[in-house]
Write a protein that binds this ligand. Structure first.
Ligand code: HEC
Length: 107
């Protein structure tokens, strides 16, 4: 009986832990997203600290404050690129894209 209880308790805490890990993953990690941003040449084209366009690339400062910006639209743009932006569908893992979104929300 005791052993069964211990197994139950273990199973329950493992479930809790994975729920927490899953939640964190879903939300994205802004700090990691910043690294992805800096290592994926995004910063070579996009300003993040002022509103100025660089060439055709719009500043990403305040991106998520603009009406109509959603996680899905931003991820779609990152995946497909277009109009002068390279596609990142193959280059980045899904989790890295979620992290990117979390970072872009801080701008
Ligand atoms: C070679 C230059 C270049 C690189 C590198 C680049 N982009 Fe872009 N990006 C652009 C251009 C140009 C546009 C505008 C495209 C358009 O008008 O459709 C754009 C548009 C966007 C948009 C839409 C902005 C809006 O206001 O709707 C997002 C979001 C974005 N880029 C994110 C990124 C991220 C994240 C990265 C790195 C993973 C990245 N870009 C790398 C050139 C670039």
């Amino acid at each position: 009986m005791k052993l069964a209880q211990r197994i139950l308790a273990f199973g329950f805490s493992a479930m809790l832990m994975s729920a927490v890990a899953f939640g964190a993953d879903k939300k994205g990690d802004a700090k990691k997203g910043q690294e992805v941003f800096e290592n994926s040449a995004c910063m070579g084209c996009h300003n993040t600290d002022n509103d100025e366009k660089r060439g055709n690339a719009p500043s990403l400062k305040g991106l998520f404050k603009k009406a109509g910006t959603t996680d899905a639209k931003v991820i779609d743009k990152v995946n497909k690129g277009g109009n002068g932006m390279p596609p990142y569908e193959e280059q980045l893992e899904p989790a890295q894209k979620t992290d990117l979104v979390a970072y872009l929300k801080t701008l």
